[in-house]
Write a protein that binds this ligand. Structure first.
Ligand SMILES: C[S@@+](CC[C@H](N)C(=O)[O-])C[C@H]1O[C@@H](n2cnc3c(N)ncnc32)[C@H](O)[C@@H]1O
Length: 350
């Protein structure tokens, strides 16, 4: 490859970023990554790696349509080639997936009914007994008779995982602290076979309407819906066998679903949200009955990938509540979270 010349002799702000330059920018992204991967031979040592990384961040922000602030933040989580894969993946829409509501039907029966309606589908994977991936459909998946009868819910495959990790048992008392619109609460109810009691809480009253309708449609009968700020627990109610905190977050893990995240998150969000998440997690911990004969577990989940909303929140809670320890999720796939990042180290689960 010819030596890559960064657009250095003009102020970087003058680098053209018009839509018609996107192929040029894309080419430069790949070229810079190649140089960074082989900096000794191909890099301009006078300017140093930093100049290339700086240009790469600008180019990626333009090419993928992110604010430079967010792009840099996400870029720093990954190696350069992983970052490229991540930004590329966010441009591709994820397949539609549904979760069979085992309170109403079985996956095999549901699959057959949908196939009869012209839906092309497949089980999600070996790890789920209830998920189906929809490839193609002649009917609207959110309006079939099976949907209206509550035989399934549209839910991303990754949203199954927090509930699988929570592993609620029949007859337990469970708190879903931030539950609207109820994708996970209704999954918990199904695993508990409508026994015991679930408190499905959300601080946003408007969002609890969707929660109510999902609970009715899916035939959930063991759930009390409540509308508190999660931080009011356990003053409102405590002594739970298990608590799920599916926390409000920046959504950086679901950009393919909501591209507005690319530009509407600011530095402030990454201060306010982690602060709230930490307070909610302490409340979740304090709401659990540590002497529960069947449980004593908390699951903390977000749909964000930033360290300050995930590992750092858990780390904070472990420091504030030294009687709490990390345990395995019981899921035998996926990757460990970060154990080292930004000069911090986080405990690994055991
Ligand atoms: C990620 S969503 C929950 C999704 C839900 N668990 C599901 O699976 O359908 C986060 C929720 O947290 C709620 N929330 C935000 N701040 C809260 C707070 N202080 N206490 C309780 N809920 C809160 C939001 O209204 C939002 O519905």
């Amino acid at each position: 490859m010819d030596k890559l010349i960064l657009p250095d002799n003009q102020p970087l702000d003058n680098v053209q970023t018009e839509a018609e330059d996107l192929p040029v920018i894309s080419q430069r992204i790949h070229d810079i990554i190649e140089v960074l991967n082989n900096f000794k031979e191909q890099g301009d040592h006078e300017r140093g790696r930093f100049a290339y990384v700086e240009q790469l961040i600008k180019d990626m922000a333009t090419y993928y349509g992110y604010s430079e602030f967010l792009l840099e933040k996400l870029f720093n989580i990954f190696s350069t080639s992983e970052a490229l894969e991540f930004f590329e993946a966010n441009e591709v829409s994820r397949p539609i997936t549904i979760r069979t509501n085992t309170l109403r039907t079985r996956r095999r029966e549901l699959a057959q009914s949908l196939i009869n309606r012209g839906v092309s589908l497949e089980p999600i994977g070996k790890w789920s007994k209830v998920g189906l991936t929809i490839f193609d459909s002649t009917v609207s998946i959110g309006a079939t008779p099976e949907y209206l009868a509550g035989h399934y819910i549209l839910q991303s495959a990754s949203s199954f995982l927090p509930v699988m990790a929570l592993a609620p048992q029949e007859n337990e008392k469970i708190l879903d602290m931030a539950s609207a619109p109820g994708g996970k609460s209704t999954h918990i109810a199904a695993l508990m076979k409508n026994t015991g009691i679930i408190f499905a809480n959300d601080s946003n009253k408007v969002r609890t309407k969707g929660l109510v309708s999902n609970i009715h449609r899916l035939g959930v009968k063991n759930t009390v819906i409540c509308n508190y700020d999660g931080r009011e627990f356990p003053t409102v109610l405590g002594g739970f066998d298990r608590v799920l905190l599916d926390a409000p977050c920046s959504g950086t893990g679901v950009i393919s679903k909501d591209p507005s995240i690319k530009i509407n998150k600011t530095e402030k969000d990454f201060i306010i949200l982690p602060h709230l998440q930490k307070e909610l997690l302490l409340s979740a911990i304090d709401s659990v009955d540590s002497k529960s004969s069947t449980g004593g577990y908390i699951v903390y989940s977000t749909c964000s990938i930033t360290v300050e909303e995930n590992e750092a929140v858990v780390n904070y809670a472990l420091k504030k509540r030294p009687n709490v320890k990390l345990v395995s999720t019981g899921l035998d796939f996926g990757k460990e979270g970060f154990t080292k990042q930004y000069l911090s180290s986080f405990p690994e689960s055991n």
